[in-house]
Ligand binder design. Sequence first.
Ligand code: PGA
Length: 252
Amino acid sequence: MGNRRPLIAGNWKMFKTSEEAAATAKEIVRLVLDVKNADVLISPPFTSISLVREIIRESSVLLAAQNLHWEKEGAFTGEISPAMLVSAGCTHVIIGHSERRAYFGETDETVNKKINAAILNNLIPIFCVGESDEDRELNKTFSVLDKQVENGLKGLALTDAADIVLAYEPVWAIGTGKTATGDQAQEVHAYLRGLLEKKYGTSFADSLRILYGGSVKLNNIASLMEMPDIDGALIGGASLDPVTFSKIASFK
Ligand code: PGA
């Protein structure tokens, strides 16, 4: 078993103005002071990243962006480069979230370019994969995940599991209130760890953090974290309230 410190990550999506983000970040810094069992990360919208960075600077809270563009710079109106995120204070970046795949044309190919660009710039990608309702009903869960992992990591010679975080987010569980049960999620996490073991070896797979995401709440975090292959959570809705989020981060 590798050393897998849990990671509790809040994805704020397109919520919170700068004022709201600042107030939430301040509360989180205060409330997670006692959280010793996990790393805590927040992912504000681009417009609040610099502001939030100043607020969390002296704390252990980590900072992620929700997307990036793979090019270094250029005429790409509306896009943000890896170096911009680093200089704004991000250490992590969410890549391939199902909302980006479903609404903004994200493909396995662009996910691959983004993961590559993130790693080259020392940003840790939180690489999201997950099957839809229909995939699951058609028994295609594992083949869909195979493809997402294979294509998303194509050409990437990863040697250090600390350079990447994998997030399993079944699309049918995101924002729906339907969580995968601990056993359902565990089955997939163990499968994903096996896939990564085949690609990068046992010690890499043993050290890789695999987060679960999809309607994680205060009332289900403990049963998810009990599972041997669940190393944390990527949390949307329940991360917006600092009190709830910090309680989830202690998962007691
Ligand atoms: P949810 O979102 O917790 O609101 O289901 C999870 C996610 O999209 O990362």
